[in-house]
Design a protein around this ligand. Structure first.
Ligand code: ADP
Length: 266
């Protein structure tokens, strides 16, 4: 689904990643780690053409979109297939949850109001927030807002979800619930998830592949085995192992992702 070969990513004169290769398949759950400023956000941004790749032999998304030659008229079609989730919840503060979601549906071509209502209910159900349609964003907790952001990212059934430090502004417990949700969506909706994070302790509960951006290179560092069932993992009863991650700095393995409030029901 993603194939990068010999790709270089830069910001101005600052080369962030040089000659990287990356292949990610359908339904994979991938952790992207690295120090602040290593280029994690920049790499994710290249995948929906928010940032141009500086050089590369190949950069293909969904076996269809060639990022090296994509016409600007094609970019909206690519972006409709990608769900994007950032650390700072970016809901429109002047309108309620339903209007936030409806705005995206209308902007992406959903003309029928009944279809839009139905889709909004479906995505709110996926993130366990049905009933919150009329809430204004500033009346929701950080975790709840992030759920709505995830619901918004799911509206067009994306095949790829890019989550850039989605738990960065949440307390550890709420952060774990958000990752649990992304993991569930990955496994049940068969979406590929690439998530940048400083908190690899999530691997204890949500097994995945780990790629490390360091010294201008992308290094595969291994991950954990698949658990028995999704239910076990979501319940946190089948911890994975961090033993396969030798060489990763301990602050990346046991980081905490800031703090916020922890309410998680509407
Ligand atoms: P990370 O997500 O790993 O923290 P980023 O991709 O955000 O890293 O940033 C990588 C580097 O690119 C940093 O040195 C940052 O200062 C620089 N950078 C980020 N955004 C821009 C921008 N819009 N213009 C120029 N440089 C930028």
């Amino acid at each position: 689904m993603i194939s990068y070969k010999n790709v270089t990513i830069a910001r101005g004169d600052n080369v962030l990643v040089k000659n990287m290769d990356l292949a990610v398949g359908e339904g994979e759950f991938v952790y992207l780690i690295g120090k602040v400023g290593a280029g994690k956000s920049s790499l994710l941004r290249t995948m929906y053409k928010d940032l141009d790749i500086r050089e590369g032999t190949e950069a293909i998304i969904f076996d269809e979109y060639d990022l090296l030659s994509l016409k600007s008229s094609q970019i909206p079609y690519l972006r409709r297939k990608v769900g994007i989730i950032f650390q700072d919840f970016q809901l429109l503060t002047d309108r309620d949850v339903e209007a936030n979601l409806d705005f995206v549906l209308r902007a992406t071509g959903w003309k029928n109001v009944v279809d839009r209502r139905q889709r909004i209910t479906e995505v709110l159900d996926l993130v366990d927030m049905v009933g919150c349609e009329k809430r204004m964003p500033n009346t929701l907790s950080g975790g709840e807002q992030q759920r709505i952001v995830i619901a918004r990212a799911l509206l067009n059934s994306p095949r790829l979800i890019l989550a850039d430090e989605p738990t960065g502004n949440l307390d550890p417990e709420t952060g774990q619930k958000i990752v649990s949700l992304l993991y569930k969506i990955c496994k049940e909706q068969h979406a590929t998830v690439i998530m940048s994070t400083h908190n690899l302790a999530f691997l204890n509960y949500f097994p995945g592949r780990v790629i490390h951006l360091t010294d201008n290179q992308l290094v595969e560092v291994g991950g954990t085995d698949e658990p028995d069932t999704i239910e076990d993992v979501v319940a946190g009863s089948t911890p994975g192992s961090l033993e396969s991650l030798e060489g990763i700095p301990s602050d990346l393995l046991h980081g905490s992702d800031g703090s916020n409030n922890a309410a998680d029901h509407c």
